[in-house]
Write a protein that binds this ligand. Sequence first.
Ligand SMILES: [Zn+2]
Length: 199
Amino acid sequence: MAKLYFYYGAMNSGKTTRILQCEYNYKEQGMRAIIMKPEIDTKGNNKIVSRIGAVKKVDYMIKKDENVFDLIINEYGHVDLILVDEAQFLTERQVNQLMDIVVDLDIPVMCYGLRTDFKGHSFPGSRRLLDIAHELTEIKTICECGKKAMFNVRLINGKVATEGESVAIDGVGEVKYTVACAKCFSMKTRKKFDEMSDD
Ligand SMILES: [Zn+2]
């Protein structure tokens, strides 16, 4: 029986490398894997780039209100595997539709994405995947102090940002990210975890 998988981690944990490797393995076995990615801006960033330099054009960019279940039925028919990069940007409904693909069409779906944003809150897509995926796998990466990095820190022009939208908007300066363990995240953002509460 097919399953819905969620591989989650902080940034730069090698998620994209795994996607490319997985697609390659399927192809080598004569099977068909497709790579999809939610469209989050108008830049048409339809490539995935791994840390080790491999670049690949994704097969399909998922639009914000698109029904992914219908898309697979109408445009693809049977595939052996669906890989989703940047799965944190899926909507809750799209994650549910991916589960329908798994259950009704018996196609395994492997989603890769960030657990939380730079403010330490889960993205809607990640939250739903953490709710319903059959299998959850944390992809670990390391903080500069040597502990496991769980958080993403947004740097704007080299300074740590603690406010702003989950997706950085163009034109605010040079946006970069780094990863941190819980303790370093608290220190870098100069916030206790209780101060990060929504209420
Ligand atoms: Zn640390």
